[in-house]
Design a protein around this ligand. Structure first.
Ligand code: RNT
Ligand code: ZN
Length: 419
């Protein structure tokens, strides 16, 4: 261990201990958290079905930074670099379009575990978990903006078959990896302009989901979540899978809800939702993202929004009940760096929350001493957090501080620039 890192750590640790914080326990708890890195940051949500890339669905990756992954081997190699720069053991979240089809066209309702076996073997070797996402966008049968809620029963059946196939694949992943695989259902269905019938699409969507979930899947290995959204590009006025739809559906059917930080009104924070959810759900999923003026999916940074999410998870003891997924796709910067920045930020936010002297803060709140509460929350911000974080990185054999950037740059020069 680098002497300086250790020395500064010891001093910093004492500062936290003086406030009554158990630093060793905080580091121990952090090492048990698995963050799910979204595969789609690696290639701008393109996938390997064909070369068309992301089309439709109301989401958009902007930028043309060179060197994106063009096939599964490249994406795995890139993810390996990211994982080597992030402390701890984590998960990788795949979308159905990241199949390995051996050059043959396999439509979405025909996919099966064999098309993802390469991913499962890779994950197993590295001790990482896999999560899964059906892909309800970038397809000719979703180009009118409707999938599971389509009025066209043929289309709806196709997308139901897709959902069923995805759950079976995820169950196989979970079984082989010995770790539950969360399947997140996000459907872009919606109208650009004012509909006269808001009910029928929602009723068809609920029906389709019921059909998908009626297949017996072992919940020890696979869990389903529903991700709501306020609006998308092209679905500005009406989204079938709104917050209330997803909340009601999930609660009545025993499914998880997924909260994406960019899917609500710009001033609405998902942090405040977590305590309520914790009363009615045993587990839930997050899509940690960073909206900038809209659901822009910027790389997650350690800002107040992220801090608030982490604080709610820690203060309410939810780390064992939350599945933390990341969801951003920035194509203007090195994509591996994007993963590393976002995941390290998420972990930093969690560590900072774990280092709060929460008992004393709670006492002050209960006794009405809001002056002390606010004063302490401000003072905590300038404690020597960085020294604890650096120590954690070093302990986990990943670069301390900005040193990781050089690793990414080396890989960029050697590998990415040759693509
Ligand atoms: C879209 C949703 C969804 C996607 C991914 C690619 O608004 O956030 O989670 O970003 O499935
Ligand atoms: Zn999302």
């Amino acid at each position: 261990m680098m002497d300086a890192v250790k020395r500064v750590y010891e001093v910093a640790r004492q500062r936290y201990i003086d406030l009554g914080v158990d630093v060793d326990a905080a580091l121990e708890r952090l090492s048990g958290v698995r963050v799910s890195l979204q595969c789609w940051q690696g290639d701008d949500v393109g996938g390997f079905e064909n070369s068309a890339g992301l089309t439709g669905g109301g989401i958009l990756a902007t930028g043309n930074y060179p060197g994106k992954a063009l096939n599964a081997d490249q994406l795995r190699a890139d993810a390996d670099v990211a994982f080597s720069l992030i402390p701890g053991k984590h998960k990788f979240s795949l979308h159905a379009i990241y199949l390995e089809n051996g050059g043959k066209k396999i439509d979405r309702d025909q996919i099966s575990t064999e098309h993802f076996q390469g991913w499962i073997d890779w994950a197993k070797l590295r001790g990482i978990g896999l999560d899964f996402n059906p892909t309800y966008f970038s397809h000719s049968l979703s180009s009118d903006g409707f999938t599971l809620s389509s009025a066209d029963s043929g289309k709806r059946e196709f997308w139901i078959r897709h959902g069923v196939a995805c759950r079976e694949i995820a169950e196989a992943m979970g079984k082989q990896l010995g770790m539950v695989s969360v399947v997140n259902f996000w459907m872009p269905d919606g109208y650009k302009d004012i509909p006269v019938d808001r009910l029928s699409p929602r009723s068809r969507m609920a029906d389709s989901l019921d059909r998908i979930f009626s297949c017996g899947i072992d919940n020890r290995f696979e869990l389903d979540a529903l991700e709501s959204k306020l609006f998308g590009i092209g679905s500005e006025t009406y989204v079938v899978g709104s917050h209330e739809f997803c909340l009601g559906y999930a609660l009545s059917r025993g499914k998880l809800v997924c909260f994406d930080a960019g899917h609500f009104h710009p001033t609405e924070s998902i942090a405040d939702k977590l305590s309520s959810v914790s009363l009615f759900w045993s587990e839930f999923l997050l899509h940690v993202s960073r909206p900038v003026r809209w659901d822009s999916d910027h790389v997650v940074i350690w800002n107040d929004d992220l801090r608030a999410i982490a604080e709610e998870l820690v203060r309410n003891d939810l780390l064992n009940r939350v599945h933390i997924g990341l969801d951003f796709f920035d194509a203007t910067i090195n994509r591996i760096a994007a993963w590393v920045i976002g995941t390290r930020s998420m972990l930093k936010a969690l560590l900072a929350a774990l280092l709060e002297p929460i008992d004393v803060l709670r006492d002050w709140e209960l006794s009405g001493d809001y002056t002390r509460r606010l004063a302490m929350l401000e003072e905590l911000k300038s404690l020597p957090f960085g020294a604890i974080w650096d120590f954690y990185c070093e302990k986990n054999n990943v670069p301390v501080g900005a040193a990781w950037i050089e690793e990414v740059k080396k890989y960029e020069k050697k590998v990415l620039s040759e693509r």
